[in-house]
Ligand binder design. Sequence first.
Ligand SMILES: [Zn+2]
Length: 141
Amino acid sequence: MLHDHNDTTMTCPCGSNKPFSFCCEPAIEGHKPAKTAEALMRSRYTAFALGAVDYIINTTAEENRNPEDAEIIAEQVQATTWVGLRILDSVAGTASDNTGIVEFSARFEAEDQNGELHERSNFRKENDRWYYVDGQIEIIN
Ligand SMILES: [Zn+2]
């Protein structure tokens, strides 16, 4: 499912400086759901970086999933290299909350442009699992 997945000692793409296997991997592989909105956001960034399309879809709020998502996300994953994540703000979203907001900046490189995705995202918890709902997105070149 994941590319670049052979080296289990690699540092997690989310910028935590922890090994992937102790950071986002348990969530992405479905062993241990993300406990906080920020952890889910980080794991979704990592899933974009590594091409874990199913995880991205499965952690999107059901009402915002579309049948064509798999194809669109797979194309984005192919065309874009994610090169860095910074968390700018985090509101609620702890293990004892049911909603959360995370603001972040993610740098990317693509064939036609390099830039930065700046997003303030809304998250919601259902049955002890966090989901990405939606966000205000700005692309900065
Ligand atoms: Zn991580």
